[in-house]
Design a protein around this ligand. Structure first.
Ligand code: RB5
Length: 146
């Protein structure tokens, strides 16, 4: 499974922390410093990498100040299901019920250790399928997305 991570300046510190703590091969797509930058550029970059792999077998981690901007951008792309998570149960449910392929954090509202545990859960939890399959199908059909 390929895993990508990206942030803007507000998420740079949390991204650095996660990269140091996670004992996994994760591709860092920037930003590379805490200088002010535009989050849509980094969300777009991460999504392009995810979509160039099989997005159902790859994962993304996006971080900005609140998590809101990154979520908005990522969820505009077909095949991307980005979940803004504030605690471990949300990370678990994002995988089990929503088959999320991107987890999003707001660095200004999420403790580093909580985010780390959320990522561990996110990378190690399978989609439940079953009744949730049809809900994802409806999500695509009703919004004309794939
Ligand atoms: C940057 O100040 C901030 O607006 C950005 O990180 C993010 O929170 C946007 O949604």
């Amino acid at each position: 499974m390929s895993v990508f991570i990206a942030s803007d300046h507000a998420g740079f510190g949390l991204k650095k922390f996660l990269m140091e703590q996670l004992n996994a091969a994760i591709t860092d797509l920037g930003t590379d410093n805490p200088i002010s930058c535009d989050y849509p550029i980094f969300a777009h970059k991460l999504v392009q990498h995810l979509l160039s792999c099989n997005p159902d077998e790859s994962r993304g981690i996006l971080i900005c100040g609140t998590g809101i901007g990154m979520s908005m951008v990522a969820n505009r792309y077909d095949g991307i299901r980005a979940a803004l998570c504030f605690h471990e149960e949300m990370a678990e449910m994002a995988r089990r019920h929503n088959n999320a392929n991107v987890i999003v954090f707001g660095a200004r509202n999420t403790d580093n250790d909580v985010a780390l545990e959320c990522v561990r859960i996110f990378l190690n939890t399978e989609f439940d399928g079953g009744r949730h399959e049809n809900r994802l199908h409806l999500m695509n059909e009703l919004t004309k997305r794939r």
